[in-house]
Design a protein around this ligand. Structure first.
Ligand code: ATP
Ligand code: MG
Length: 509
C-alpha cells in the first residue's frame, strides 16, 4: 500500500517536472551603438534571432559574438528603445526573409519590409510561408554546371570583350563617379531587350546610399519598364550599420529562391566597399580584434561566402542560375588595397573603370586592356565571338602603337592606318548611359567598324554614322541581318554578304 503511494507520488513528481517548460531568457547587460551585450542565453546559435522586450514594444536583434558568459548581438532597426535590463528571448530561428513572386517590382529593406508604402498582399497561399535564411551554404560543386548562357549587358565594350555568363560573378571596380552604377542599371534595363534568353529576375541591392539616389534609380528602372522584373533591396545611408551588413545576404536569399525555382536571377551589390565598412564598424563595436586596415580577420570570408552563393545549377537541380555583379569603389585607383584585392580574388572577372578614360570622354570608361572575364567567353554567342576577336586584337594593337606613336614624328602607312582604325573602334564603343543595345545590333556595328566601313569617317562623326548605318540596316535588311542573328546567335556567310551589300549602298546615299 505504502509502496503504491510512493510510486504514485514519484510519478506525479516526474510528470509535474515534465510539464514545466523551460524558457531561456536573458537580460541586456549593456547597450550602445546598435550593439547589445546579453547575459543568460549562452545556448544561443550564431545568427539566431532574438526578441528584446523594450518599454515601447519589441526589438529584433541577431546574435553575432558568442562568448562564454555573454552574447554580443546587433540590434536591427531602431536601437534607441533598447535599455539595460530589458528581457531577451531567443527565438530558436536563424534570421530569415520572406521570398517569393510578390517581391517583384517592389522596394524593400533587408528585413523584407516594404519601403514603397504599398504594403504587402501575399496572394499566393504558399508564399505566405516561404522564408529563406539570410545565410545559407552555397550550392555544392556537384549541383553546378559551367557557365554557358550569356547575360547581355547591352554595353558594347562589355558584351564584346568582357562577356558575362549566367551564374558568373563579375566585379565592377573603379573610383567614385566613374559610371559603376550606370553599368549595372543598364544591364538590368537591357534584360528586356534580350528576347533570345529568359528574362532574369533582377535584384538591385543599395548599401548605404542616399535615399534620394535610390529613389532616382527606382524611377529610372520604372520608366524603362524594368521594375516589372526587378526587386530593389535598400539599406539607406540613414539606416544602421547592421542593416547595411545584412542587405546583401537577404537579397541573395531572395535570388536563391528564384534560382531554385529553375529560373535565372541577376543580383547587383552596390557596393561591397560600404558593406565592408559596415562590417568593420560592427566588429570594432563588438571588440573583435582588428587586422589589416582595421578590418576584422574574417572580412575575406564574409565576402567569399556571399559570392559563393552565385551559381548555375545543372539540369538535375532545376537549371536555375544566380549571376552576381558586385561593385567595389577604389580610392585613387588603388586596386591593391585590402578589400579590392579580396573581392578581385573571389570573382570570375573584373570590369575596370578608369578616370583618364572617363575624363577624355571615353564612356563607359572601361579599360578593356586590363579587364577580364575568365568564364564568360564560353557563354558568348557565336556571332559576337566572330566579330569580337578582331575587335580585341585591333584595339590592343592600337593601344600599343598609340603609346609609341606619341614619340615618332613620321609613321609608315600601315601604322597610321592601324591607329586610325583604333580611333574608329574607340568611338564605336562609346555609349551613353541608359541606352543599352541589343546584342544583334552590337554585332552588326562591330562587324562594320572592324571591316573598315567607317575608316574614312572623322572620329567626331563616327558615332552618328554608326547609328545611321544601324538605322539603314534595320529599315531595309532587318530580316536578313539582325533578326537572323538574334534567332540563330550566328553571323553566317549569307548575312555577311547582305551586310557588305548594304554598306556599299549606305555609302552611296
Ligand atoms: P558613385 O561612386 O557615386 O557611386 P558611380 O561610379 O556609380 O558613382 P554613376 O553614378 O553610374 O557612377 O555615374 C557617374 C556619372 O557619370 C553620372 O553623372 C552619370 O550620368 C555619368 N555617366 C555614367 N555612365 C555614363 C556614360 N556611359 N556616358 C555618359 N555619362 C555617363
Ligand atoms: Mg554608384
Amino acid at each position: 500500500m505504502s509502496n503504491d503511494v510512493i510510486t504514485i507520488l514519484k510519478n506525479e513528481i516526474e510528470n509535474f517536472r515534465r510539464e514545466i517548460k523551460a524558457e531561456k531568457i536573458g537580460h541586456v547587460l549593456e547597450v550602445g551603438d546598435g550593439i547589445a551585450k546579453i547575459s543568460g542565453i549562452s545556448g544561443a546559435a550564431s545568427q539566431e534571432m532574438l526578441m528584446i522586450e523594450t518599454s515601447g514594444g519589441e526589438a529584433t536583434a541577431i546574435t553575432f559574438n558568442l562568448e562564454e558568459d555573454s552574447v554580443g548581438a546587433i540590434i536591427l532597426g531602431d536601437a534607441t528603445s533598447v535599455k539595460e535590463g530589458d528581457i531577451v528571448r531567443p527565438t530558436g530561428r536563424v534570421l530569415s526573409v520572406r521570398v517569393g513572386e510578390e517581391l517583384i517590382g517592389r522596394v524593400i529593406d533587408p528585413l523584407g519590409k516594404d519601403q514603397d508604402g504599398r504594403g504587402f498582399i501575399f496572394t499566393n497561399e504558399k508564399s505566405k510561408e516561404v522564408f529563406y535564411p539570410v545565410e545559407r551554404s552555397a550550392p555544392s560543386v556537384i549541383a553546378r554546371e559551367s557557365v554557358g548562357v550569356p547575360i547581355h549587358t547591352g554595353i558594347k565594350a562589355i558584351d564584346a570583350m568582357i562577356p558575362i555568363g549566367r551564374g558568373q560573378r563579375q566585379l565592377i571596380i573603379g573610383d567614385r563617379q566613374l559610371g559603376k552604377t550606370s553599368i549595372a542599371i543598364d544591364t538590368i534595363i537591357n534584360q528586356k531587350n534580350d528576347t533570345r534568353h529568359k528574362t532574369p529576375i533582377c535584384i538591385y541591392v543599395a548599401i548605404g546610399q542616399k535615399e534620394s539616389k535610390v529613389a532616382k534609380i527606382v524611377a529610372t528602372l520604372k520608366e524603362a519598364g524594368a521594375m516589372e522584373y526587378t526587386i530593389v533591396v535598400s539599406a539607406p545611408a540613414s539606416s544602421s550599420a547592421s542593416l547595411w551588413y545584412l542587405a546583401p545576404y537577404s537579397a541573395t536569399a531572395i535570388g536563391e529562391y528564384f534560382m531554385e525555382q529553375g529560373r535565372d536571377a541577376l543580383i547587383v551589390y552596390d557596393d561591397l566597399s560600404k558593406h565592408a565598412w559596415a562590417y568593420r564598424e560592427l566588429s570594432l563595436l563588438l571588440r573583435r580584434p582588428p587586422g589589416r586596415e582595421a578590418y576584422p580577420g574574417d572580412i575575406f570570408y564574409i565576402h567569399s561566402r556571399l559570392l559563393e552563393r552565385s551559381a548555375r545549377l545543372n539540369k538535375a537541380h532545376g537549371g536555375g542560375s544566380l549571376t552576381a555583379l558586385p561593385i567595389i569603389e577604389t580610392q585613387l585607383g588603388d586596386v591593391s588595397a585590402y578589400i579590392p584585392t579580396n573581392v578581385i580574388s573571389i570573382t570570375d572577372g573584373q570590369i575596370y573603370l578608369e578616370p583618364e578614360l572617363f575624363y577624355q570622354g571615353i564612356r563607359p570608361a572601361v579599360n578593356a586592356g586590363i579587364s577580364v572575364s575568365r568564364v564568360g567567353s564560353s557563354a558568348q554567342t557565336k556571332a559576337m565571338k566572330k566579330v569580337a576577336g578582331r575587335l580585341r586584337l585591333e584595339l590592343a594593337q592600337f593601344r600599343e602603337l598609340a603609346a609609341f606613336a606619341q614619340f615618332a614624328s613620321e609613321l609608315d602607312e600601315s601604322t597610321r592606318r592601324r591607329i586610325e582604325r583604333g580611333r574608329v573602334l574607340t568611338e564605336i564603343l562609346k555609349q551613353p548611359e541608359l541606352h543599352p543595345m541589343p546584342f544583334e545590333q552590337q554585332v552588326v556595328l562591330i562587324w562594320a567598324a572592324t571591316n573598315g566601313i567607317f575608316d574614312a569617317t572623322l572620329p567626331a562623326e563616327v558615332a552618328a554614322r554608326g547609328e545611321a548605318f544601324l538605322d539603314y540596316i534595320e529599315k531595309r535588311y532587318r530580316e536578313a541581318t539582325t533578326d537572323k542573328i538574334r534567332a540563330s546567335g550566328e553571323l553566317g556567310k549569307d548575312t555577311e554578304e547582305v551586310l557588305v551589300k548594304a554598306s556599299e549602298e549606305f555609302w552611296k546615299l
